[in-house]
Design a protein around this ligand. Structure first.
Ligand code: SF4
Length: 309
């Protein structure tokens, strides 16, 4: 499996584990969290394990892989890479998300630095799960979006890899006879996920997932991944949780933790007014009985006329 917030959203790993299917994370940060076993929610969309220091990471790797690695970055990386590649030898399904989907060409664009999506896409079957919000008119738009995402997520103009997948691996090099399954996947299955998106406001769906808003968010910087929903951190994650789950999840994700400072909006490359969205959601939420903690999360308050507004 490659890194994907969408796969986190549908709890795919837990579901597959319940069916006795072994899932191996190929992204180094995600793999470290997977080896950690407990309390392993990612803390940032592109730096999932950035809250762990190197000694802690070495301990996690030593405990779970039964090795004796020093707290040294290259040594840790090589041990994890070796272990992941060994496990992938027996895997026949690769699964990933997509950063953008070009409607006109039917192509999927994925960006990564580690080369792991290329490996995942070489399995017999490559399953790609992506939200409908990732669909853009054409390939040029898809490339523009992933470039923007890269700049705001990492500060670099391009990632080491940009994969464009438009179908299964094939060749016609022998007498023009079309043969599938040369090196890449024999089958590519694309699953488009709605999961509440068609109910969401357009502004929520413009998000390109760069994570720049949370880097600037004072609440996220104080409480980390407590502020947000699942893999969707910060105010934007809170807003999306209402559509992906419900009003109560939105409340529990931190609807009233937001300071409404607007730094997220100021630092968003696509100018999503997250603070305004949150403010509106609070009004709507209060109407159905979800007030700030001081007032209690209580529908009964409505009948007591105890509105904070
Ligand atoms: S809301 Fe804006 S800054 Fe935050 S992840 Fe989405 S695009 Fe990036």
């Amino acid at each position: 499996k490659a890194k994907s917030n969408t796969l986190g959203e549908i709890n795919l790993k837990a579901h597959l584990k319940g069916s006795n299917i072994d899932v191996v994370e190929t992204d180094l940060g995600d793999r470290i969290l997977q080896l950690k076993k407990t309390d392993n929610k990612p803390v940032h969309p592109t730096g999932p394990a950035s809250h762990l220091n190197i000694s802690k990471i070495a301990d996690i790797v030593n405990d779970s892989l039964d090795v004796n690695v020093d707290p040294e970055a290259r040594e840790i990386m090589e041990i994890v890479r070796h272990d992941v590649l060994k496990r992938l030898e027996n895997a026949n399904v690769g699964i990933s998300g997509a950063n953008a989907i070009a409607a006109e060409e039917g192509s999927l664009v994925m960006v990564h630095n580690e080369g792991n999506i290329s490996i995942v896409s070489l399995k017999d079957l490559h399953i790609i799960v992506a939200g409908i919000d990732k669909i853009v008119p054409c390939l040029e738009d898809a490339i523009s979006i992933v470039k923007l995402e890269t700049i705001f997520a990492t500060g670099n103009f391009v990632t080491s890899y940009m994969n464009v997948i438009s179908g299964p691996s094939k060749t016609a090099d022998i007498e023009k006879k079309l043969l599938k399954n040369m090196y890449g996947a024999e089958k590519v299955v694309v699953i488009l996920l709605d999961n509440g998106r068609s109910e969401a406001t357009d502004e929520c769906l413009y998000c390109i997932g760069c994570g720049n808003c949370v880097v600037h968010c004072p609440v996220y910087n104080a409480v980390g991944n407590e502020f947000g929903f699942n893999n969707y951190l910060g105010g934007r994650g809170v807003a999306m949780s209402k559509f992906i789950e419900d009003e109560e999840t939105c409340y529990d994700s931190g609807l009233y933790m937001c300071t409404l400072c607007g730094l997220c909006t100021l630092n968003c490359p696509v100018a999503i007014p997250t603070n305004e969205i949150i403010e509106n959601m609070r009004k709507l939420s209060a109407e159905v009985g979800f007030y700030p903690k001081a007032h209690g999360k209580i529908k009964e308050n409505i009948s007591n006329n105890d509105s904070p507004y």
